[in-house]
Write a protein that binds this ligand. Structure first.
Ligand SMILES: [Zn+2]
Length: 429
């Protein structure tokens, strides 16, 4: 690999070496700083809390971004996806692209415009929609997730347009909606249309990262959320023999499922660190609203399962079902399960795929750092691509926040990720 790197660094681009080009890019992003921070503060002041999470949705933010991109001379294709549950509402998705010499292939940066809700206001030290630039940080709801990468991708594209150098392939940015609520009105719709992406494309989703920018995410776990309801018979606590204690059975079932699922699905995959096996966690518990002296009729609890891609969620559901049937017979209760959320994992992206190798080289050349491949228990839009058979990687350089209030990103990370994004097209073999 070392030899290849040298070949890539030294190969001239229009008389200029890659190293020079990259150094120049970084410098130019610095001189852009006012323009970048001005855009950042404006775009983050427009609330884009996901509409399905109680917010206004992405429309106003998308309109602002669309106008900004068009003002920079970029063509923007807008795809509105109607919400089947609220026909009056549509989620906007924006696609913008620069053409390269080989226009059959595109390097995509896929970022999301929507955010999670603000949460308790009293936890915020500043207004979440009055972004602050302070001590090298931009503070606002969505500044990090996914604002930093959204802004970095947009300015990488603007930079590439200004360089007016021949791009070897197309470079594009996709700004999606509805990422925080399952992607159905965003990237899953675009992928299901089948005509936006080619299997030759290189897809980067800058929506996962570590503080050093050294983790390239290539795999995600299957996600399964269940509500399990145990129904017994209510009776005074002094006469347990006349009732059926749903709480007691539910507690045993909770432990039986947690322990049983770990035994039944023991595989480990070291790319998922620190949780290298599947996780089956009992989480929420519904209040049963009975008095201390009442044996409760119901017990409802929730399981959060993150299942290695080596297993199918169907196998897990079947195992849960068989335990539940045993409990019904043993304790004479009735138990029902409800799947609240299921998002299957696509096949992990191969470490030797072109996009994974391009990014590895980019981090080495631009950042002078060695990266490693990781898997995660959460979900990004990269998984949506993998489900449709596209190799995609998730990567960025981000601060690890504690809690959801006072969200921020570092301007330094924004600039240095933008430099990587703008450099990658020139590092293609
Ligand atoms: Zn995100």
């Amino acid at each position: 690999v070392g030899k290849d790197v040298h070949k890539m660094v030294d190969r001239p681009v229009d008389g200029q070496s890659h190293a020079d080009l990259i150094a120049q890019m970084r410098q130019e992003f610095e001189t852009y700083l006012d323009k970048i921070t001005d855009f950042s503060l404006k775009v983050l002041s427009i609330e884009a809390t996901n509409a399905r999470m109680g917010g206004p949705g992405e429309a106003a933010r998308a309109m602002f971004i669309q106008k900004f991109l068009q003002g920079e001379g970029l063509d923007v294709q807008r795809v509105d996806v109607q919400d089947p549950k609220n026909l009056a509402r549509a989620s906007p998705n924006l696609i913008t692209l620069l053409h390269g010499r080989d226009s059959s292939k595109t390097l995509w940066y896929v970022v999301h415009m929507d955010t999670i809700p603000v949460g308790p206001r009293e936890l915020w030290r500043s207004d979440p929609f009055t972004p602050l630039l302070k001590e090298g940080k931009i503070i606002a709801r969505g500044a990090m997730d996914n604002g930093q990468s959204m802004i970095a991708s947009i300015f990488a594209l603007i930079k590439l347009k200004e360089l007016s150098q021949d791009l070897p392939i197309n470079v594009g940015v996709v700004l999606i909606s509805d990422e925080q609520f399952g992607n159905r009105l965003g990237i899953e719709y675009l992928l299901s249309r089948g005509d936006f992406f080619s299997k030759r494309d290189l897809i980067i989703v800058p929506d996962y990262g570590n503080a050093e920018g050294t983790e390239i995410e290539i795999a995600e776990k299957n996600l399964l959320w269940l509500r399990i309801l145990v129904k017994g018979k209510e009776v005074h606590a002094s006469l347990p023999g006349a009732g059926l204690n749903a709480h007691s059975v539910g507690a045993r079932l909770t432990v039986a499922l947690e322990e049983g699922l770990h035994k039944r699905f023991p595989k480990e995959n070291q790319i998922f660190s620190p949780e290298s096996s599947s996780t089956f966690e009992p989480t929420k518990l519904e209040p049963n609203l009975v008095g201390v002296n009442t044996i409760p009729r119901t017990h409802a609890f929730y399981l959060d399962c993150r299942i290695l891609p080596e297993y199918s969620p169907d196998e897990v559901l079947a195992a849960i079902d068989s335990t539940i049937r045993e409990f019904e017979v043993q304790f004479n209760v009735r138990i029902s399960t409800q799947v609240l959320l299921r998002d299957d994992a696509g096949s992990p992206t191969k470490e030797d795929s072109q996009v994974a190798q391009l990014l590895t080289n980019g981090i080495r050349i631009v950042r002078k750092k060695e990266s490693r491949f990781v898997g995660i228990g959460g979900h990004t839009a990269a998984n949506a691509f993998r489900k449709f058979g596209f190799p995609a990687v998730a990567w960025s350089t981000i601060v690890q926040l504690s809690g959801e209030a006072n969200e921020y990103c570092l301007v330094e990370n924004l600039l240095s990720d933008a430099t990587v994004f703008a450099s990658l097209p020139f590092l293609l073999p």
